[in-house]
Design a binder for this molecule. Structure first.
Ligand SMILES: [Zn+2]
Length: 299
């Protein structure tokens, strides 16, 4: 039996940390610490998504599904991640919340829709959530936690010789990633980064980024005097967030192309014809009194 040199696992751990450290977030260029290949996060995201959909009540409302799918695909397209298998579902439940799991698995709770109001408001929420996935924030949180573990084990190894926990680390890592991708709250810095990236993605997708500011104002007003909605609870304070958004708006506007014709990009998405206005609209909200669902707008 070959005796493994005591210092080898420590060197291994250090090697992982050094290699993993060379990653940057798109657009912001922030360097980040990631221990896992993205493919592993994507796989875990897909598993967790199936689990959430199985336990939750997936809405069959065609109007809501059309809206979320249509806006969602436009945001997805703006990120340039065509390799993700994007999915957009509406969950019929009260939470004022939405999420995007690693790999582009998105869910929007019906509870947040009265606040998003229209496509642009929804684009602000989706832009934010999708940015968490694009910037690999879940993987980053898990990596940070495991990095601390690795550091502790490494320190003990050098003091006391081999540690059997090193061998178990692979299994622990997988478990932590599976739960971590969903359960770990994002840090404030990540929340701010998702706000920043989200503004750019929504603008690139053809939605006026000013709508994000309006959404957060509505969100903060709705939470006055009561428990803040889930969407806000782990996020920066309203005041900080709105100030930051105002600071990033000029940058986001450079990406905004208001002339981009809004149109259904998802297969099966429909437009609505408003007889009183004699015009076609992408959502029913624009013509609430009498709308007719029609196939994609004629050229
Ligand atoms: Zn967030």
């Amino acid at each position: 039996m070959v005796d493994v040199p005591t210092r080898q696992p420590t060197a291994f751990a250090v090697a992982i940390l050094v290699v993993a450290a060379c990653q940057t977030v798109p657009l912001t260029g922030r360097h980040q610490f990631l221990l896992f290949p993205e493919g592993q996060e994507v796989q875990m995201g897909a598993t967790a998504y199936r689990d959430v959909l199985k336990k939750g009540k997936v809405s069959a409302d065609p109007t809501l599904n059309d809206q979320v799918t249509r806006v969602g695909h436009r945001i997805a397209q703006a990120t340039g991640r065509n390799d993700y298998h994007w999915e957009f579902k509406v969950l019929d439940d009260k939470p004022v919340n939405a999420f995007c799991l690693p790999g582009g698995k998105v869910a929007v709770y019906t509870g947040i829709l009265p606040l998003t109001r229209d496509d642009a408001g929804l684009a602000a929420v989706l832009g934010h959530e999708v940015s968490h996935a694009i910037a690999r924030h879940s993987g980053e949180r898990v990596s940070q936690q495991l990095g601390v573990q690795l550091g502790l084990i490494g320190a003990q190894l050098t003091l006391s010789g081999r540690d059997p926990r090193m061998a178990q680390l692979g299994t622990t890592t997988l478990g932590a990633l599976a739960t971590g991708a969903i359960l770990l709250p994002f840090s404030r810095a990540q929340e701010s980064e998702a706000d920043h990236l989200g503004l750019i993605y929504m603008a690139k997708a053809g939605y006026d980024p000013t709508a994000a500011r309006e959404l957060w104002v509505r969100m903060s007003q709705s939470s006055k005097g009561q428990k803040p909605p889930e969407f806000l609870s782990t996020h920066p304070s309203d005041e900080t967030r709105i100030k930051q958004i105002e600071m990033w708006l000029p940058e986001a506007r450079q990406y905004y192309q208001p002339n981009t014709p809004p149109g259904p990009t998802a297969p099966g998405a429909y437009w609505y014809y408003c007889p009183s206005a004699k015009d076609y609209y992408p959502t029913v909200q624009t013509c609430p009194e009498a709308w007719v669902k029609v196939p994609p707008r004629p050229p």
